[in-house]
Design a protein around this ligand. Sequence first.
Ligand code: BLA
Length: 503
Amino acid sequence: TAAPTPEQIQACDREPIHIPGAIQPHGALLALDRDSLTVRMAAGDVAGLLEVDAWLGRSVGALIGDDMAAQVAAISNSRPAGGFIGVLHRGGRNLDLSATVQGELVLLEIEPGLERPMAGSQILAHLEAAAAAFERCPGLKTLYDRAALEFRRLTGFDRVMIYRFGDDDAGEVVGEDRAHHLKSFLNHRFPGSDIPRQARALYVRNLVRVIPDCGYAPAPLEPAPETPLDMSDLALRSVSPVHMQYMRNMGVAASASVSIVKDGRLWGLVACHHDSPRLLPYEIRAACRALAGGLARQIKAKEEAETWREKLRLRALGDDLAAVLAQSDVGDRALEEHAADLIALGEADGVAVFRDERIETAGKIPPHTALAMLRDWLLEVDAGGVIATERSEAVFPGAGAFKSWASGLMGVVIERAPLLAVLWTRAEEVEVVRWAGDPYRTAKAARGDGALTPRASFDAWTETVRGRSRPWSSSQTEAALRLRQDLLDLRRARRTAELNSQL
Ligand code: BLA
């Protein structure tokens, strides 16, 4: 089967999931006139949940009592409009009521609540303990696993995964906690088309998405409005049929996703699965949001700490190298003597120094004929900064011949005349990527209209990725740039000194 075409992926991205015209039937929706608070439209089992026979045209007070109705009125006029209304006791059950304002409508959502509501202090204590545990984690990997554990405790779901998006929107499971009978998805990658763009945008706006039972029949809004009702902000918003099929294919009955938003971007999701239907009531969702905020801050702090440690280390290395070069009386030739330090600075496998017509090398490096080509290429593309690629083939057509030695290239030109330039190389690192299902047939056009349907298999499928090296980190490219500046300063200082001695 061929990979999905860009057109098909776009079709996925364009599905208007914010206006499904229906809700998930575990709850009910009342669309109220904002002024009169009378019911204009409804969806779901209003009769069963509220124990009433008629609702259209009635005032909300007659359905949920005057106290609750007063809360609805107050909240619909507050800023920001909407939020939690309260818990309504009906038919021996607790119902969570929440409202959002949409133009001239107030959308009142009614959902089954906790059987025994938790005390606020109890939830806060749990959140505090979890946040403290996050802080104590020594690194990112332990943080991800700890986060999966804490979210599993909080939600009671069977399998909880920390799912991180990459640059290409594909994602990877980087932490997991699960019941023993479930298979593990740890380290598995999922293609970007599994969570289309508009869905990711909604998850930045609303941080928790719950699908308590993917086997449901949608409950339509009645009477149907002339223009579709925007359900972006509703917890009960009905789910895309494509995604419900995806969940069934995965063997999952209930899912919940909590957004991890870092610096305003969707960094990843806490992806929760359960193999039988499972609710996630309002209070727990609120706690999930708070915990995910704490997690995002800790991810940021630990990423920054790791980068900082690396920068400090490379800076010390670079300073030492600059100092010995400055003391040398053989000028640029000293670089050759300190080739091992150069390699360490770039954490590279090999290094070449281009000095006038000469090419000096150390470590694992392509032959001189290839290096001469690389030098010409470097001079052609250089714009005074640092050039770095982890896939030389992609930027330099001739690189295929020696890619196993130099899939990674990082270069700086210190001066063109007389020439001084440094090129670091990294060998190919054959990477085995574990996908959940074959990504090239994941989404396939099985329907007659060419629309994408989700894949049927999530069995591990490994792919061998060639022609790539470890990527160059920002600390390493910065170290290369600093070295460039140090060498330039050194050359200038020598020239000034020579000039002075001639005067
Ligand atoms: C939504 N897809 C989602 C969501 C997840 C995934 C987590 C959020 C809703 C939820 O929590 O269930 C995918 N689930 C995953 C991944 C993991 C997981 C990657 O557990 C890994 C651990 N899906 C497809 C194709 C299309 C598609 C081909 O495979 C499009 C044609 C659509 N996925 C799709 C849509 C949604 C979605 C439309 C939004 C559902 C909604 O919020 O209404």
